[in-house]
Design a protein around this ligand. Structure first.
Ligand code: PLP
Length: 410
């Protein structure tokens, strides 16, 4: 593709103005917004204001005057608009891992007659680990069953308590058909828990229209909530009365400030809160969510597809001869907003890329993963990233010893 046609794509980009809403370092092409979203400029101001005014001046009064106490529900309600849920069906709380555990335990406890949790091999590790630990805690005859995605729907039976799936796969960007899986599960009386960590803020979602039961999602990836941002959980209203959190903390109590001795869960989604919300972190997350609410997720999806198409085409032509092969959905198929390639030396190649300012990440054993974030990436960035990748492969600069050393975080 000629440089003028790439420039034309950027000139016609309806999201082009959003790039300046982020603080991006000079000389970096950031292809890891699927793992840690970039810093929105407004977030630094927002967190500063919460610190100076609400905390510094308001002090404890701010629980009421700045509505800190309502923040988990307020921000949850905003996330609901991004994922096609009703505002009272989502709260911000804890980490994705903890929210997975709370919902898995709640379902298994409510449905002791069904013994199987069904998931897929290669699901995100924490999802499977949280099932294992829930099973160890609850005991009995319950078990985790893993079925590959092409036969998964057939494996749902009237003994399946819960189907636990990651909607957009963290390595491959494969996407499940949420409506179809949910319908297959409901036909057998099973519930589905969707992990939306690589979906929210990346692809349009319609939880209510799909009949979704339960979901969790991550705040620090495509939502740009900041490192370790709080996560969220979704429980469809029809399940509010029957599911109870295994962590009956006071913030999930019907009347937290009655200070009574006995736990009584709140009637709505608030029953899935546990302890005091981290207000500074919730403020940063809210700022990232607010930015997403300005844009149409269909427009985001279209640009994501176009960026991915360009990236896949360029790599296929220029890098495939060096042993780089596409992983996940082929060009044109539904996908999440990251693109992954396999190469036996993927770790060292990624280190060489990062050293030259092209930041993606590596997922063992051999996957180079590149996040394509439509709000702050240009088509020009994609082509320049492939320029560097091609150069690293052609010169074999990845062979340098410093790129062979595995760091703690890959
Ligand atoms: C990133 C991610 C998580 C993160 O869980 P934490 O509790 O925040 O560490 C969970 N599930 C999936 C699918 C993810 O991609």
């Amino acid at each position: 593709m000629s440089s003028s046609s790439i420039a034309a794509l950027d000139a016609a980009d309806p999201l082009a103005s959003y790039r300046d809403r982020f603080q991006l370092p000079e000389g970096v092409i950031y292809l890891d917004g699927n793992s840690l979203g970039a810093l929105p400029r407004q977030t630094a101001d927002r967190v500063q204001a919460v610190m100076q005014h609400e905390w510094g001046t308001g002090l404890i009064r701010s629980w009421n005057s700045a509505d800190w106490i309502g923040a988990p529900q307020r921000v949850g309600g905003k996330i609901a608009r991004l994922v096609g849920a009703r505002p009272h069906e989502i709260v911000v709380a804890d980490s994705t891992s903890v929210n997975l555990s709370k919902l898995i335990m709640a379902v298994l406890t409510a449905r002791p007659d069904r013994t199987v949790v069904l998931s897929e091999p290669g699901n995100f590790p924490t999802d499977l680990y949280m099932v294992e630990s829930a099973l160890a805690t609850l005991g009995g005859a319950r078990q985790l069953q893993l079925a590959p995605r092409d036969t998964l729907a057939e494996q749902i039976t009237d003994n399946t308590a819960l189907v636990l799936l990651t909607h957009v796969h963290y390595k491959t960007a494969d996407v499940y058909d949420m409506a179809a899986i949910t319908a297959a599960a409901h036909a057998k009386g099973a519930l589905v828990l969707w992990d939306l960590s690589h979906s929210v803020g990346a692809v349009p979602l319609a939880l209510n229209d799909c009949g979704a039961d339960l979901a969790v999602g991550c705040g620090y990836k495509f939502l740009n909530g900041g490192p370790g941002a709080p996560a969220f959980l979704f429980v469809a209203e029809r399940h509010h009365a029957t599911l109870v959190s295994p962590l009956g903390g006071w913030m999930g109590h019907a009347r937290p400030f009655a200070f009574v001795d006995h736990y009584e869960p709140a009637t709505g989604i608030s029953r899935f809160l546990c302890g005091t919300p981290p207000i500074l972190a919730v403020a940063a997350l809210e700022s990232g969510v607010d930015l997403h609410l300005e844009v149409d997720m269909q427009v985001v999806l279209q640009k994501s597809r176009a960026l991915a198409q360009l990236f896949m085409d360029q790599v296929a032509v220029r890098c495939a001869p060096y042993g780089v092969s596409l992983v996940g959905p082929p060009p044109g198929a539904p996908r999440g907003s990251h693109v992954s390639f396999r190469h036996a030396e993927g770790y060292a190649i990624m280190q060489a890329l990062i050293a030259r300012g092209v930041i993606g990440d590596f997922r063992a054993p051999d996957i180079m993963r590149f996040g394509l974030t439509p709000l702050y990436l240009r088509f020009t960035d994609v082509v320049q990233a492939v320029d560097v990748l091609e150069d690293v492969l052609r010169t074999e600069s990845w062979r340098a010893p410093e790129y062979q050393v595995r760091q703690a975080v890959t």
